[in-house]
Design a protein around this ligand. Sequence first.
Ligand code: FES
Ligand code: FE
Length: 434
Amino acid sequence: MLDVNELIDVEAGTQSRRIFWDKEIYELELERVFGRCWLFLAHESQIPNPNDYVTTRMAEDDVLVWRQADGSTKAFLNQCLHRGTKLCMAEAGSANALSCIYHGWQYDAAGNLKTVPLENMLYGDSLDKSKLGLREVPRVESYRGFVFGCMDPDAPSLEEFLGDDKWYMDIWSDVPGGVELLGPPGRSIIRTNWKLPTEGFVGDVYHLGMTHGSILKAIARPAADFGPGAGLQSTSRYGHGHAIQFMHQNSLLHSVSPELAEVHQVRKPEDLPEDRTDDQRKLYTSFWDGSFFPNCSYLIGLNVFKVWHPIGPDKIEIVTWALADKRMSDEEKRRLTVAVHRTFGTAGTLEGDDMDNFEFCVRPNKGYFTRQGKLNAQMGKGNARLDPKFPGVVDEMVSELSIRGYYRFYADCLASENWEELQKRSEKWKEQLL
Ligand code: FES
Ligand code: FE
């Protein structure tokens, strides 16, 4: 019998091993995590003009994100209302209407069912087309060009959901000229649970020395970089978090990827808007890993942007873009794309290191005796603090604070019937983590 209150112990910093493979938990996640939270859909740069569209997923639901004639963005379940086949098969395109490949029902960009082949002859006037439009995602909002969708009409706004993370997101997204995602994205399927890569990116700097040890050795990275004062980790009310290394991007990029080092010459702290603090300027040229709860992650410096779509409890689809400053030249963007896929693409040097770990955290945790143990993320407990200069709850860069913050909100989601309950449960989030 599943008792969601026993899965996560925020106080102890432990989690049940069932969360990485249990089908019952997964079904609850579809309802209470993916059905309730804001999920990344697309970046506006992917659909710049009216009628442009991209297809994506919200958990296991196929979704069509379509730019409207008035410049707004709508999202629909990508599924024909007749016999249910997938409506749009393309990854991206531009069209003012799409026809289903099965019997030819046609929908316009606003989601209306416009034409039905042989309608008069076969249906007479019995078909009410006004009730057979595409099912719309009830909430679609964007921040700094990043478009998110939410299936729960009662959710807080996207900006409220981003919370303290907005201050940090502004540093890398509100840059001169803005940012964009370069596609087409890389795609791969991995046998792991969707939370594992997200928790890795939300704040696991600890793994670098071992998992990526051979690369660090190759580039002669000094171990002192991971000590006190080397950086910052932070977490926020709705589970987003990141770790930031106070080291100029170029000091590492020359070794990891010469293309990236050249591309980053474009980033100068003095280019940022006047209202930025000195700390925001410093962080602008630092290395970051981070995740938006529940399943979207990024690396600043390596300029990787990823979504981890679940396919059941033990399989994911990874979608990977290069995150570019729009003002980069076409050649710089090409080089950045090569560098991103060489490091964190399907066969990327660093991606391969990580995915082995993520795969081996799933099946082995199913063992009858193994599953009765707990996962441990206690590192840094007691060190977390509030800092007037940095929003959220913060700690040293190498800590498991962000992982605890991620699972704190995850536990609240699973235990709550609706957003009202969820807001009440997460009110004391700071006290729980400090
Ligand atoms: Fe789409 Fe029949 S299933 S038109
Ligand atoms: Fe890694």
